[in-house]
Design a protein around this ligand. Structure first.
Ligand code: SF4
Length: 489
């Protein structure tokens, strides 16, 4: 997400555009811009990556999206259907109205109690068709406004009643620009401003402030609402929750390495992950000749492994520059083909060698299996996997696309079994303690649910426990774990 406001009434479209382009790794399926001026909203939404803009068409974009306030969103689907029609319907920012009240939102996260929330919205909005969970949140806010609540009280009501992860930037029909985070602070959201202080912005990651040459002011606190006026940011702590739960997967995989959290660059933390694994598996580190990294999120840990072990870091894999599809979000057969086509191995760098391959995580295992096959084909004698994110044993309810036990290789297999399945000589997962230490946070400040089975929100825990029992008895999940309640009605 990205949002910006300018107090000299200048267009913010360029900031929002670059803010989204810099974060396209967070979602590839759709993108959208929404701007506000003279009490009107202007919206553009489409499928796929944020497009390149032709210079000759710039004036059309400025005309289409005028305004001194704007928000944008890039998305991949973690709720609702995944066909093109559903994806376009679920494209954000969303806009909702009730009488004279209007509100627009851009949302990062995932709502767990969608089913209950939908019932409340349907009871109050005739003809409501839910396209995604951000739509529900948008209508929930409207409902609270309609009851006479102001923005602070309406956001407070959402924080009390919505189970899940939600970092939000939004604009009201009267031109209030705001942002808030759920009481656990699961998804990132930071605030910053332009060098001249005339433009204020919110962004999921700091890279989008950097690319706009903005300074970062602060990361929003869990349960905090921030509004912006000409005087600057106004911060209101709506709910103080002693249990924070920032997504640990942001550090290992999701965020860009040049983003910062808690004063540290993500790449520095990933290098520390690599150092940790060398200490945790010294015998395997001694038995290797070289360290390789595939794909890019393995590069920073590979540097850490190289520095700590003294092993040569070989750049033995090269990516096709224009095959940009992310294997993580494609369908099974597509994923296999895409990886095979986008990664090429330089034979002389691995032939006859014992190789450590660094990887950010193993979710299904099929991507890693293809890479290992290719490395073996190029002549590697041994392939050891160093995986920075500990073994994933449970689904994510909060906006990362791993939403069933069945799809997770780690939910039913030990590291040794995983090694056999993917064709590695050993799979060495970083320990949970090592991961936590490197982030500079404590276990009580992080969400570690998918690697510990302890979920920070109550409904997620309840569903996860119930489904795990069924799964262990052989039940086959037919949809995302948090959507099965709805499917069964
Ligand atoms: S369950 Fe895992 S992926 Fe999901 S928010 Fe928690 S740490 Fe992140």
């Amino acid at each position: 997400m990205f949002g910006a406001i300018n107090f000299e009434k200048q267009s913010v479209f360029p900031y929002v555009y670059w803010g989204l382009r810099a974060q396209n790794h967070r979602g590839h399926q759709s993108h959208g811009f929404l701007t506000f001026n003279e009490e009107k909203f202007h919206v553009y939404r489409n499928l796929d990556l944020v497009p390149k803009l032709k210079t000759s068409a710039l004036h059309e974009w400025f005309e289409r999206l005028p305004g001194h306030i704007g928000i944008g969103n890039i998305r991949y689907t973690t709720s609702g259907k995944c066909d093109d029609v559903s994806i376009i319907q679920g494209t954000q920012p969303v806009l909702a109205s009730m009488g004279n009240l209007m509100i627009a939102l851009s949302f990062n996260g995932n709502i767990v109690n969608t089913f209950q929330l939908k019932r409340e919205i349907v009871d109050n909005f005739q003809d409501f068709v839910c396209s995604c969970d951000s739509d529900l949140l948008c209508h929930k806010l409207l409902l609270e406004f309609e009851k006479g609540k102001d923005l602070t009280a309406a956001v407070g009501a959402c924080m009390q009643s919505v189970d899940g992860a939600f970092s939000v930037v939004g604009i009201t029909g009267t031109g209030d620009f705001f942002a808030f985070k759920d009481p656990h602070g699961i998804k990132p959201l930071c605030a910053g401003r332009s060098q001249d202080g005339g433009t204020f912005a919110f962004s999921s990651e700091t890279v989008s402030l950097d690319i706009n040459n903005f300074t970062r002011d602060f990361e929003l606190e869990p349960g905090e609402l921030v509004t912006v006026s000409e005087k600057g940011f106004k911060r209101t702590q709506i709910i103080s929750n002693p249990r924070r739960a920032f997504c640990a997967f942001e550090y290992a995989y999701f965020s860009r390495p040049d983003s910062r959290f808690n004063g540290k660059y993500v790449y520095e933390i990933r290098e520390d992950f690599g150092r940790n694994i060398v200490h945790e598996y010294p015998e395997i580190a001694k038995d290797a000749d070289v360290v390789l990294s595939v794909p890019e999120t393995g590069d920073d840990p590979a540097m850490g492994v190289h520095e700590e072990s003294g092993l040569r870091w070989e750049r033995a894999s090269r990516r096709h520059r224009y095959v940009t599809e992310r294997a993580f979000i494609l369908l099974n057969q597509e994923r296999f083909n895409t990886i095979d086509r986008k990664v090429n191995i330089l034979g002389p760098k691995v032939d006859g060698k014992r190789v450590i391959l660094t990887e950010d995580s193993i979710v299904r295992g099929d991507t890693t299996k293809v890479v290992i096959e290719k490395i073996r084909k190029a002549g590697a004698k041994k392939v050891y996997m160093f995986v920075t994110f500990p073994r994933i044993i449970g689904p994510c309810f909060y906006g990362i696309d791993m939403a069933t036990y069945g799809q997770l290789i780690g939910s039913k297999h030990s590291p040794d079994e995983i090694a056999r399945i993917i064709g590695a000589d050993a799979v060495c997962f970083q320990s949970i303690d090592g991961l936590v230490r490197a982030t500079g946070q404590t276990k009580d400040e992080l969400c570690l649910a998918c690697i510990t089975g302890k979920y920070p929100t109550p409904l997620a825990q309840e569903i996860a426990d119930e489904m795990k029992q069924k799964f262990l008895k052989g039940y086959e999940e037919k949809s995302r774990i948090y959507e099965q309640q709805e499917d069964s009605q």
